[in-house]
Ligand binder design. Sequence first.
Ligand code: TNX
Length: 513
Amino acid sequence: VIVLSLPLTVTTASGGPKPIPLPISLATVIPAPAEAETETEGFRLGPETVIGAAGAARPIAEQLAAALRPATGYELPVRSGAAGIDLLLNKGADQRLGDEGYALTVRPGGVELRANRPAGLFAGVQTLRQLLPPEIEADSVQQRDWVLPGGRIVDRPRYAYRGAMLDLARHFHTPAEVKRYIDQISRFKINHLHLHLADDQGWRIQIDSWPRLATVGGAEGTGVRGIGGGYLTKADYRDLVRYAAERFVTIVPEIDMPGHVNAAQVAYPELTCDGVAPRPRIDIRVGYSSLCAGKEITYRFAEDVIRELAEMTPGPYLHIGGDEAHSTPHADYLAFQERVLPLVRKHGKIPAGWQEIAQAPAARDDAVVQYWNHEGATAPVVAAAGSGAKVLLSPANKAYLDMQYDLLTPGGLHWAGTIEVRTAYDWDPGTLLSGVPEESILGVEAPLWSETLRDLADLEFLAFPRLVALAELAWSPRATHDWDSFRMRLGAYGPRWTRQGVRFYSSPQIRWS
Ligand code: TNX
């Protein structure tokens, strides 16, 4: 039985209706769990509570304890053996849960979180954190009761790939900012972060065999409108990969080719067809730069970059862009992809690219084709899916976090329309592309292009709350899809962001508590 209370309203002195906060229960979690049964009696956390975990469950139990200690002020020691809150890895796999699912039971006598794999325990911990009142997000001791509502959840994701993308090229974001974004997205069970590391304006990753890419392409002033600059050293990148992995997020690096390469050509003019250095660009036009498909140095460059990126990327995917190559002749585009897609496989990675790569026969088989165009042009995507490619859904008019909420909200663009929270939520990844069967859908990714961003506040305003709508589409079974339920649960999450200092957009579509 899923018990979801309807929103109650009272009339305030000022006459306007004021929502009474939705009582926290196992049915108020976002993304919505696959199955939730609520019970009246919950578990009270106290100064004597112990967290039990052994082996691979231990680091996740430590993360849980670290999350709960500041606001509760409790010691919450982690021990092996039965305790008050137990994190358990199943000996024999529980078929229902897969690799990322979990089962959570909350009773007055204790809490049990079970999963087949550590990723499932991590997902369960994110659920558990939402079951405590918003004050749990405080960084100092709060005097109050800490009760986890009773009941049982059995949960697992709809899609294996639940992604966010951050564009570090148009505006560089520091490793600390990227880490904060990882903290936020992993709360909603997003498990991939795609980093767009190079574009016309800037190049944001150290490549030893072509050092000027980062030193010239990442110099101060290489952001849009000349604002900012910077790049990740290899040490920074490896540290981000490790930080993300601790939160069960896989980094997917992207170097965009054969278009979007002006910054690389400024650093190495031999990468143009005529060998003449182009001028640095800090405007936001697209489609004017191209690598030269007829020159051998193009493929040496591509392979060096792919090899060095693959070496420091433990995740399975390497994204080679491929979008908007408007100044690459079509035959050259195909010739380029026929050589470069196999290079990704040669270095042990599954190639991913924007939907344009679907035109290349080499994108069939195992490639990941990222759909972004809301205006059709899907035939090559359907064909690629029919011959083994997987499709990642980022329809620009639903999933682009850089579209404005409406024409009056600050930041963002609107070439694909405006996207209020409901627009981001109201679609079904399973049926968006007719002709692409559900089994070919790898998942959903929410890209955040950074043309209009300057700092973390700008980024958070565009990402939240819409990112949560997309996370729910990617995680929750279709049967749970319900706007009224979603908007109530989202409204109840607002105070958590406020506590964390996340500068989210307080959409008028949501009743924020
Ligand atoms: C299109 S859609 C782009 C990016 C821009 C973005 C801005 C796609 C694959 N490429 O180059 O940053 O629009 O919304």
